[in-house]
Design a binder for this molecule. Structure first.
Ligand code: ADP
Ligand code: ZN
Ligand code: ZN
Length: 821
C-alpha cells in the first residue's frame, strides 16, 4: 500500500494536526507514533508525532517530511486516543498535551546552523577579517549560531551572517538536535594482551624504574584480581574510582597512551539501582483481608472503586497485594501518588517487596532519567510504575490496574500550563481505554468521589480501624482567644501545645508541627501608616524570608532585600504580620533550646534528595521536632510521633473558596493521622480562636460520613460540585481595562447561548495581577444532567472566536479551566 501523506501532531498550541508528504525513501519503516522532523513556516523545524496516514487527494502539495527519528513508535495508539481525549475534555490543543506528555529530551529542539556554500574558497575573496575568519572555520564544518558568536567574537553575529548570505557565500538553516544523551562513564582496564602471568611479569620489569606508573598498575591489581582470574579484567573499573586510589592521573594517561591500559566510554542507566532487600511478606489482618475480597467483588461490577480507609488502616498493604496479583496476571500497574513528598517512604516500602522491578516517575527526576523510564515502559522492561500525575502520560499498552493514593489531593490537578488536567479523573478515562480497574484510596475522600460512591457509580470498600493496637489519636483544641486574654501564649504557641511538646520531648518522643505557610511572616506592615509592601508584578504582599533577609513574591519569585524603613512614610517600625514555618522554627529554638528542630517546606526541599534526607533523619531519630507545610500532612508513617500540632486552622477554614471547609477538614485529619501510628496515645492539638465552629466540631467527631452529610447540604444549597460542573475562564492582559472589557464581551456572548446556566463574573480574582498581567474570571456552572458537555465546550470555543474577531480583544489571553480546583 503506498502511504503518501501523514498527519503529524506538533508540540505547539495550535489546533489539530498537520499534513505532510512522505518521500519515497522514508516509506518503508514508519507508522503511527513515530517521531518525524518536519518544516513549519519558512525557517522553523519541529519534531512531531505521526498520528495517522491518509491518501485523500489534497488541493495543495504539502511539504515533505524531512526525516524519521525512530525505528519503533515512541507513542502508542492508545496514548494518542488518551491525548485526544485530554485535549477535548480539558479544552486545549493536542499539541499542548503532547508537549506536556513527552519528556523534553524526546522533543527535539530546532537551532540555527550555518554552513559555507560548496564552491566558496575564502582565500580567493576580498573579505573583511571577521568574514574571512568565519568562512575559514565553516570550511572545516558547519557551525551553530552560538559557535559563530565565539568565532567572530560578536555577541550578535546576525548582521554579519545576513551580509554573507546576501553575497551567496553561506547558508542558514534550522537543524534539530536530539537532546537525549545516554549517560556515559569512563572506564579503564588492562590491555587484554597483558593479562597473563608472563606478560604481567615483563610489564613489571619494564615499569620498575617508573614508580608512578607502577603505582597505577598496583592500584588496579589491588581492586581487580587479574592474577587469580584473567577474566576479571574484562569489565574493567570506573576511571574515577581508580583515580581516587591516590595515584597520578598523568601516569595513567601515559599508560593509556602506551597501550598498557585501555580507556573507553560505557553507557549506563541513570536510574538508581537500589539493592533489592526482599523482606518477610506481611500477613494481611482480618479486616484488610476482608477489604481485599470486597475490592475483588467490587471490581467485577465497577470500573472504579473507592477504598475509604482511616489513616493507618494499612491501605498501602492492600495496594501491595493488588499489585502482586495484577503483575502475576500480566497486566501493567500504575500507582499514582500526589507528589514527590509522598514517594520517598512508599518507594522504600515497595523496594522491599518488589525489588527493582518497577520504575519511578516524578518531577525531581532529570529529563534524561524520565526518558529512560519512558523507554523501559515501551520496551516492556517495567510492568509497574510509581509516579506523580504526569505518569499517566507514559506509554502503557495493557494497563490492568491504576491505584490513586490520597485521591482527594489537589496536587493531582495541573494549574499551569495546559493541559489543566486532573490526574485522578484522567486516570479513570485511561482505565476505560485499557479496560483496567481503578482503586481510589484515601481517609478523607473528595466530596465528588464520595458522592459517586454513594450513588453506586463507584464501588465502596471501607477500612474503618487502624492496623494493630493503634487507635485514632485524641484531638484537643487550644483556645487562642482565651489564652491571649490570660497572657498565657508564648509567641505563637498556646500553653496547651507548649506543655504537650515539653512532655513529649521528656519522653523522647518526636513531634510534628503543621503550619500551612512557608517563609517567616506572611507580610510586613508599617506600624504608623499601615503600608504593606507588595510585589510590583503581582497584586500580592511580599513574604519575609528570614534566612536571607529578603522579601519574596511567592507567585513570580520577585525578591528584594528586607526594607529598613517604610517606603510610604519612612517610619522604621515595620511589623511582621502572621507567621510561617520559618518563624516557628526560630521560636522553637528559643522555647526548646535543647531540641533539634528541622523545617520541611519548599525552601528546604528544593534539591533532588532534600526531602529524602529530612525524612531519613527524622526516621533515624536525629530530629526531635519537624515543622512543615502541608508536606508533613501526607502519608508519612513514623513510629515515634505521638504529638501533632496544627497552627492557623482558622485561616484554612475561612479561606474564600467553596472548597475551604473540605480542604481544612482533609488537611487537619491527614496531619492528625501522623500521630500515634504505632501506639495508643496519639494526640493532636489544633490551635484556633473558636473551637466551637462547625468544621472543627466535625474534626472532633472524626467520622468522615458525618462531615460529608453536613458539607454536602451546603454544596447542594449553593449549587457547587458535585451538584454542577464548573468551567472557569481566565482573561489576562497587561491593561486592566482591556482584560475586563474582553471578559465582559465574552460573557455577553456566553449569556446568549447559555442563558439558563448560572454565569458568575467577570470578577477580579483574589490575586488580580500575576506577572504584570491583570486577570478577570468568569465562572460557568453547568447542570450535571440534561446538558451536553461537549456542546457547551464547542459553544465556548465559538465565543472565543467571536471575541478574537474584535480588534480590541485580539491580544487578550484566555485560558479555559475545566473542573478547576
Ligand atoms: P495507611 O496507608 O492506610 O495510612 P499504612 O499502609 O501506612 O496505612 O499502614 C500503617 C502502618 O501499619 C504501617 O507502618 C504498616 O507497615 C503497618 N501495617 C499495616 N498493615 C499491616 C499488616 N497487615 N502487618 C504488619 N504491619 C502492617
Ligand atoms: Zn509607613
Ligand atoms: Zn510577583
Amino acid at each position: 500500500m503506498p502511504l503518501t501523506d501523514v498527519e503529524v501532531i506538533l508540540p505547539l498550541p495550535l489546533p489539530g494536526s498537520f499534513t505532510y508528504r512522505l518521500p519515497a525513501d522514508l516509506k518503508s519503516n514508519i507508522g503511527v507514533g513515530y517521531r518525524v522532523i518536519v518544516p513549519l513556516g519558512p525557517k522553523k523545524i519541529y519534531t512531531g508525532i505521526i498520528s495517522g496516514f491518509h491518501e485523500r487527494k489534497l488541493e495543495y502539495a504539502p511539504k515533505y517530511v524531512l526525516d524519521v527519528l525512530d525505528d519503533a513508535p515512541i507513542v502508542n495508539a492508545s496514548q494518542l486516543d488518551f491525548f485526544t481525549w485530554l485535549a477535548s475534555y480539558y479544552m486545549c490543543t493536542i499539541g499542548e498535551v503532547i508537549n506536556a506528555a513527552l519528556p523534553s529530551a524526546l522533543k527535539l529542539s530546532s537551532q540555527s546552523f550555518i554552513s559555507i556554500q560548496d564552491n566558496v574558497n575564502p582565500d580567493d575573496l576580498d573579505l573583511e577579517e571577521r568574514e574571512w575568519r568565519l568562512l575559514r572555520s565553516l570550511k572545516e564544518s558547519e557551525r551553530s549560531l552560538a559557535d559563530v558568536s565565539g568565532i567572530v567574537d560578536l555577541k550578535h553575529p546576525q548582521r554579519l551572517i545576513k551580509k554573507l548570505v546576501e553575497k551567496g557565500l553561506i547558508d542558514v538553516y534550522e537543524k534539530v538536535k536530539d537532546r537525549y544523551q545516554p549517560k556515559k562513564v569512563k572506564k579503564v582496564r588492562l590491555n587484554h594482551l597483558l593479562t597473563e602471568e608472563k606478560e604481567l611479569e615483563t610489564l613489571f620489569e619494564q615499569l620498575a624504574s617508573k614508580t608512578k606508573q607502577l603505582d597505577v598498575l598496583l592500584a588496579y591489581l589491588r581492586v581487580v584480581p587479574v592474577l587469580e582470574d584473567s577474566k576479571a579484567n574484562h569489565p574493567g573499573i570506573l576511571k574515577s574510582s581508580l583515580l581516587s586510589e591516590d595515584i597520578s592521573a598523568s601516569s595513567l594517561k601515559t599508560l593509556v597512551k602506551n597501550n598498557v591500559f585501555e580507556e573507553w566510554d560505557e553507557v549506563v542507566s541513570r536510574l538508581e539501582d537500589t539493592p533489592s532487600t526482599h523482606s518477610e511478606p506481611i500477613q494481611l489482618s482480618e479486616l484488610q483481608q476482608k477489604a481485599l475480597e470486597e475490592i475483588h467483588q467490587s471490581f467485577q461490577s465497577h470500573r472504579v472503586t473507592l477504598l475509604h480507609g482511616v489513616t493507618g488502616s494499612g491501605k498501602t498493604e492492600v495496594y501491595i497485594e493488588l499489585i502482586k496479583e495484577q503483575l502475576k496476571s500480566g497486566g501493567q500497574v500504575l500507582y499514582l501518588l500526589p507528589e514527590i513528598a509522598l514517594t520517598t517512604q512508599i518507594i522504600s516500602r515497595l523496594h522491599r517487596v518488589f525489588g527493582n522491578t518497577f520504575g519511578v516517575y516524578h518531577s525531581r527526576y532529570s529529563d534524561n532519567e524520565r526518558v529512560e523510564v519512558w523507554k523501559k515502559v515501551l520496551n516492556q522492561e517495567y510492568q509497574f510504575i510509581v509516579g506523580v500525575r504526569s505518569a499517566v502520560f507514559l506509554p502503557f499498552d495493557r494497563l490492568g490496574l491504576i491505584l490513586v493514593d490520597e485521591e482527594h489531593e489537589t496536587s493531582y490537578k495541573q494549574f499551569e500550563p495546559a493541559p489543566r488536567y486532573h490526574a485522578r479523573d484522567a486516570a479513570i478515562y485511561l482505565a476505560t481505554l485499557h479496560d483496567a480497574h481503578v482503586l481510589l484510596g484515601t481517609a478523607t475522600p473528595a466530596l465528588e468521589t464520595y458522592q459517586n460512591a454513594l450513588d453506586g457509580k463507584y464501588g465502596l470498600v471501607e477500612l474503618d480501624q487502624r492496623f494493630g493496637e493503634s487507635h485514632a489519636p485524641a484531638i484537643h483544641f487550644a483556645n487562642l482567644l482565651k489564652e491571649r486574654k490570660r497572657k498565657k501564649m508564648k509567641g505563637n504557641f498556646s500553653s496547651t501545645l507548649f506543655e504537650a511538646i515539653e512532655a513529649a520531648l521528656e519522653k523522647k518522643e518526636q513531634v510534628i508541627l503543621f503550619q500551612n505557610r512557608r517563609g517567616y511572616a506572611s507580610y510586613i506592615s508599617c506600624e504608623s501608616c499601615a503600608h504593606i509592601p507588595k510585589c510590583p508584578n503581582c497584586a500580592v504582599s511580599l513574604t519575609y524570608h528570614q534566612f536571607n533577609h529578603k522579601l519574596v513574591c511567592h507567585y513570580c519569585g520577585f525578591n528584594q532585600p528586607m526594607l529598613t524603613d517604610c517606603t510610604n512614610c519612612g517610619s522604621k517600625e515595620l511589623r511582621n504580620v502572621g507567621f510561617g514555618t520559618e518563624e516557628l522554627e526560630e521560636e522553637l529554638k528559643i522555647l526548646f533550646p535543647t531540641a533539634i528542630v528541622q523545617r520541611m517546606d519548599l525552601d528546604t526541599t528544593r534539591s533532588k534528595y532534600g526531602y529524602q534526607r529530612i525524612i531519613e533523619a527524622f526516621e533515624e531519630g536525629e530530629i526531635d521536632i519537624l515543622v512543615g507545610t502541608q508536606m508533613v500532612s501526607k502519608g508519612l508513617d513514623f513510629d515515634h510521633v505521638n504529638l501533632v500540632g496544627v497552627f492557623d486552622a482558622d485561616r484554612m477554614i475561612h479561606f474564600p473558596d467553596f472548597r475551604s471547609h473540605e480542604r481544612a477538614y482533609q488537611l487537619i485529619m491527614q496531619v492528625s493521622g501522623r500521630a500515634g501510628r504505632k501506639s495508643q496515645n496519639g494526640k493532636v492539638i489544633v490551635q484556633t480562636n473558636d473551637p466551637e465552629q462547625p468544621v472543627l466540631e466535625r474534626v472532633r467527631d472524626g467520622n468522615y460520613r458525618h462531615f460529608f452529610q453536613w458539607e454536602i447540604l451546603e454544596r447542594e444549597g449553593f449549587v457547587y460540585p458535585p451538584f454542577c460542573r464548573i468551567i472557569r475562564m481566565v482573561f489576562k492582559h497587561r491593561e486592566k481595562q482591556t482584560s475586563l472589557e474582553g471578559a465582559k464581551f465574552f460573557s455577553q456572548e456566553l449569556r446568549k447561548g447559555m442563558g439558563t446556566s448560572p454565569i458568575i463574573g467577570p470578577v477580579e480574582p483574589i490575586i488580580g495581577k500575576i506577572r504584570n498581567q491583570y486577570l478577570h474570571e468568569i465562572t460557568l456552572k453547568i447542570a450535571k444532567k440534561g446538558i451536553n458537555l461537549a456542546a457547551v465546550k464547542d459553544y465556548l470555543w465559538s465565543c472565543e472566536k467571536i471575541m478574537r474577531q474584535h480588534p480590541a480583544f485580539k491580544s487578550v489571553g484566555l485560558v479555559f479551566d475545566v473542573d478547576p480546583m
